[in-house]
Ligand binder design. Sequence first.
Ligand SMILES: [Zn+2]
Length: 173
Amino acid sequence: MLKRSLLILAPIVAISSCAQQPPMGNSIQASPQINHTTPKSMDDKLNKTEDEWKNILSREQYEVLRQKSTEQPFSGKFENFYGNGTYVCAACGNELFSSGTKFDAGCGWPSFYEALDKSKIIEHPDSSHGMIRTEILCARCGGHLGHVFNDGPQPTGLRYCVNSISLDFKEKK
Ligand SMILES: [Zn+2]
């Protein structure tokens, strides 16, 4: 009895195992390209050409992050957003601000009174548009974030005024 049922089953197994075989050509499918410019850790600097950034970023992101443009006030996705998590650089993922330090400055851009880590943000004097301001840039990729002012709330008295488009948000799970 047992032998007979095995004989019946054998061809079925053969057919089904054949059907599960990957189609020809699958084995030579290219593995994901290794990007040699990707640093090993978030502490490493990113050095990309402007052409590379143009490919990575949307046109609006490129104008703000690389050409230091400013988005229209009250237009950004994080201006009126109060999720619980971490704001990261939209260009490179560098962790910049905690949602716990976000406050409503009424200025039309997401505002924070403290950086997650001072070393993650570069400050740079900016005298454009007839104003003396302090520009803030992502320390990892050099992307323009916005400006920092001395009229923020305690405990720091600072106001990091950031373009929404320069940010991404990682929700705390
Ligand atoms: Zn960055």
